[in-house]
Ligand binder design. Structure first.
Ligand code: 13P
Ligand code: SF4
Length: 312
C-alpha cells in the first residue's frame, strides 16, 4: 500500500468515527473500497443494512440507484455517493415515462421491478425485487397472477423458465452482463474441465444454460463457499473475485471474459468510479448527497418495503 492510500484510509477512518458514518460497498467495487467498507453485500443486503443502521450518514459505494434505495428507506439520514456519475446501464434502459405507459397499457397486471431502476420507475411498481429474492417473491404470488417484470429481460426470462410463468418482460439489459461470450466460456471449460460455472441471472440465456449455479452475487459467493469444487469460472462483474478469494483462499476463481476476449470488459465502469479519494472527499464535504423528490420517494417506498417483508 502506498503512502497516499494509507493517508486516505486514515482520514476515512477518522471522519467515519467523527461523523458516525457507515461505509457500504457492493461486491463489484474496487478491492480497496471493499477493504475499507464497514459492510459489503449484494443489492438486497445493502438495502437491508440501510434499513436498520443507526448511523447518521450512509456512504453508498455502488451505483446511483443503490444510494436512492438507501435514501428512500432512510429519509432522515444523509446518504452520500462518492461519485454521482456512477449510474447503471440497466436502470437507464427503463425510461420512467415509457415504463408508466407500458404499465397503463396493461391494466390488471402486477408490476414487479428489479431494484436496478430509478426511484421514478419504482414509484410505478407494486413489488421491487433483487436477483437474490426475485424467485422467492414471485413464487409467493398466485400462479395465475398476471405480471409485468422490468427492466432486465435476462433475469425475467430466467424467472419465467424456472417458475413456468409467462411474465411480460421489459426489454432492458445490463451492458456488462449482456456481453459475456458463450464461446469463451466453452473454451475456458475445455482448459479447466473440473471448474464449475457461476453465472449471474443478468447474463443471456445460453450462459445461464451453461451454469452449475445461477444466482445473485451473494448466492454465487455462498455456493462457492459451501461447494466442494476447487475451481470456478465466474460469469459476472469481476469485482466479486475479491470477496470470493477472501472467503475461499484455497479455491481458484477464473474471471470469464466478455465478447471481445478482453478481461477488462467484465468490469462495470460505473462501479469502478468509486475510489478512496472520492470516499474521503464525500466524508469531508458531505457531498454528493442523494436527494429524492418526496412524492416519488413515498410512492417508491411501498414496493421496497413489500420486498423486504416478502423476502424475510
Ligand atoms: P446483485 O443484486 O446480485 O448484487 O446485483 C446487482 C447488480 O448490479 C448486478 O449487475
Ligand atoms: Fe448496472 Fe450492470 Fe453495473 Fe450492475 S453491472 S451496476 S446492472 S451496469
Amino acid at each position: 500500500m502506498n503512502s497516499r492510500s494509507s493517508a486516505l484510509r486514515e482520514e476515512i477512518l477518522r471522519l467515519k468515527k467523527e461523523k458516525n458514518a457507515l461505509i457500504m460497498a457492493h461486491y463489484y467495487t474496487r478491492d480497496e473500497i471493499q477493504e475499507i467498507a464497514d459492510f459489503i453485500g449484494d443489492s438486497l443486503a445493502l438495502a437491508r443494512k440501510a434499513a436498520e443502521t443507526d448511523a447518521d450518514i450512509i456512504v453508498m459505494c455502488g451505483v446511483h440507484f443503490m444510494g436512492e434505495t438507501a435514501k428512500i428507506l432512510c429519509p432522515d439520514k444523509k446518504v452520500l455517493v462518492p461519485d454521482v456519475e456512477a449510474g447503471c446501464s440497466l436502470a437507464d434502459s427503463c425510461d420512467p415515462e415509457e415504463f408508466a405507459q407500458f404499465v397503463k397499457d396493461h391494466p390488471g397486471y402486477t408490476v414487479i421491478s428489479y431494484v436496478n431502476t430509478s426511484a421514478a420507475v419504482k414509484a410505478y411498481t407494486d413489488i421491487v425485487v433483487t436477483s437474490g429474492n426475485a424467485r422467492k417473491i414471485i413464487d409467493s404470488l398466485p400462479l395465475d397472477e398476471k405480471i409485468i417484470f422490468g427492466p432486465d429481460r435476462n433475469l425475467g426470462g430466467y424467472i419465467n423458465s424456472v417458475t413456468g410463468r409467462e411474465m411480460l418482460l421489459w426489454p432492458g439489459a445490463c451492458h456488462v452482463h449482456d456481453r459475456f461470450s458463450v464461446e469463451k466460456i466453452i473454451e475456458l471449460k475445455k482448459e479447466h474441465p473440473e471448474a464449475k460455472v457461476l453465472v449471474h441471472p443478468e447474463c443471456r440465456k445460453p450462459l445461464q444454460l451453461l451454469a452449475d449455479k445461477v444466482g445473485s452475487t451473494a448466492a454465487l459467493l455462498d455456493f462457492a463457499l459451501t461447494d466442494s469444487a476447487k475451481e470456478y469460472i465466474v460469469v459476472t462483474e469481476s469485482g466479486i473475485l475479491y470477496e470470493m478469494r477472501n472467503k475461499c483462499p484455497e479455491k481458484t476463481f477464473i474471471p470469464a471474459p466478455a465478447e471481445n476476449g478482453e478481461c477488462r470488459c467484465n468490469e462495470c465502469e460505473y462501479m469502478k468510479l468509486n475510489t478512496l479519494e472520492k470516499v474521503a472527499s464525500a466524508l469531508r464535504d458531505e457531498q454528493p448527497e442523494i436527494l429524492v423528490d418526496t412524492e416519488v420517494a413515498e410512492k417508491a417506498l411501498r414496493p421496497i418495503v413489500r420486498m423486504l417483508e416478502l423476502s424475510r
